[in-house]
Design a protein around this ligand. Structure first.
Ligand code: NIG
Ligand code: FE
Length: 423
């Protein structure tokens, strides 16, 4: 069948011409990347059909081969990159922690505030007061805000419920939000965020209750296939998490870990359990860097938490130089990372850790998709999702050069023009 007939039947759209398309196709999953390794399609076009890209290449050539495709003609300078994947967020929550932020800047530490009853527990209290519908609504609102800043896929964690029913409320709210939000929401169970202050029993008893009572319902209602735990002195120890992760693995959940945020230790558990990702890593030393770099676990830096808490950045440069895979996520949450602007944060991490443009872009596209085990996005290629972030520029370097201040002018999600600043 010739392509003219296919286009007429299947209602394809050709978008372009773009001054530059950066498809991220030549990028390896692991290790350092030079900008010279990025392929650039100049005066390019992308042909979409339904949710997917069916062709990508020089615009004029695509016009000749897809003669009946509807043309979405671009005027002026445009650069296209894959829609961003934010692989770690907590955007489902109730209330605000503006007072925590003020107290931290007045000299109290995150852990001191937590010990005094603020911190995560404060958000748990406020999230429990919210209805499922309220949480659905606020999650959609934040997800749609992220979309306008370039993000077409967002991971969203529970972890502010901390009882079987309250965790279910959060994960059901995220599932409902996913039906309406433009971006795809990838849910994760973070029931192991901290021992709730009102639980009558030990850490071990709490984790056992969650794994025996909550996990089966997560499977039954298909609420998530990902389980996360916060391994930290203020949360759960490696030893306490072992049986919890064993149970999760046995049941087929993918594992991810809040690791090495204030003290090193979590990354060792992540590697032992072949976790898909170990996130935070601000306190990782050379030992943890080597461990992660020689594993299959993706290291996810969360510069939003560094900026929110005023602490060290994840040793991203060392992780890449050691051969690790580095994703970059916003950690958007009401406590440690209230800003929620992935592009700005990734740019700042780049300046402090000396990351190439290619490494930063890979960290929020292709490598971030891998951190969520998603194989259908993060690069622009035939057969992949038509998730596109488009910027007004003739040079892709401008995206990072503007440090987050250059916003997308157009966002396409699964082949649909979801946001258009021109209109
Ligand atoms: O990723 N580190 C633990 N959890 C979150 C913070 C959650 C909160 O402070 O509400 C994080 O930074
Ligand atoms: Fe987090």
């Amino acid at each position: 069948m010739n392509s003219k007939y296919i286009d007429a039947m299947e209602k394809t759209t050709l978008i372009g011409p773009f001054k530059q398309i950066i498809p991220m196709t030549e990028v390896p999953l692991r290790g350092a990347i030079n900008d010279s390794q990025l392929s650039i399609i100049t005066n390019g076009g992308i042909v979409l059909k339904d949710e997917h890209i069916i062709a990508i290449g020089p615009f004029e050539a695509l016009k000749e081969t897809h003669t009946t495709a509807k043309i979405h003609q671009l005027k002026g300078n445009h650069v296209c990159v894959p829609g961003f994947v934010d692989a770690h967020t907590h955007i489902c929550f109730g209330g605000s922690r503006a007072n925590d932020y003020a107290m931290r800047n007045a000299g109290k530490s995150y852990l001191e505030i937590a010990k005094a009853g603020g911190g995560i527990w404060d958000t748990v209290t406020q999230t429990r007061k919210a209805t499922q519908e309220q949480l659905t609504k606020s999650t959609i609102k934040l997800a749609n805000r992220h979309l306008k800043n370039g993000t077409t896929t967002l991971e969203v964690k529970s972890g502010y419920g901390l009882t079987v029913n309250e965790e279910l409320k959060m994960l059901r709210a995220i599932k409902e939000a996913n039906k309406e939000a433009i971006a795809d929401l990838i849910p994760t169970c973070l029931a192991a965020h901290m021992l709730p202050k009102d639980f009558k029993g030990s850490e071990e008893a709490y984790l056992n209750e969650m794994s025996t009572q909550l996990f089966p319902i997560l499977k039954k209602e298909q609420l998530t296939n990902r389980v996360d735990a916060f391994i930290e002195q203020s949360a759960f120890s490696a030893k306490q998490i072992h049986p919890y992760f064993e149970k999760a693995k046995e049941m087929g959940f993918d594992i991810t870990v809040h690791a090495d945020q204030f003290t090193a230790g979590g990354s060792k558990v992540a590697v032992a359990f072949k976790a898909i990702s170990a996130d935070h890593l601000e306190a990782s030393t050379e030992k943890e860097v080597q461990l992660l770099a020689n594993s299959t676990t993706i290291a996810t830096a969360l510069p939003g938490a560094t900026i929110g808490l005023g602490c060290a950045f994840t040793p991203a440069r060392s992780l890449l130089d050691a051969g690790g895979a580095l994703a970059i996520a916003s950690d958007h949450n009401p406590g440690s990372a209230p800003m929620g602007d992935l592009l700005t944060q990734a740019c700042i991490l780049g300046t402090f850790q000396k990351l190439s443009n290619a490494e930063v872009l890979a960290g929020i596209t292709y490598r971030a998709a891998a951190a969520l085990n998603l194989k259908d996005r993060g690069i622009l290629k035939e057969g992949y999702l038509a998730d596109l972030a488009v910027f007004h520029s003739d040079n892709y370097q401008d995206i990072l050069y503007n440090q987050g201040n250059l916003k997308p002018c157009m966002m396409w999600k699964k082949g649909i023009l979801a946001y258009d600043k021109h209109k």
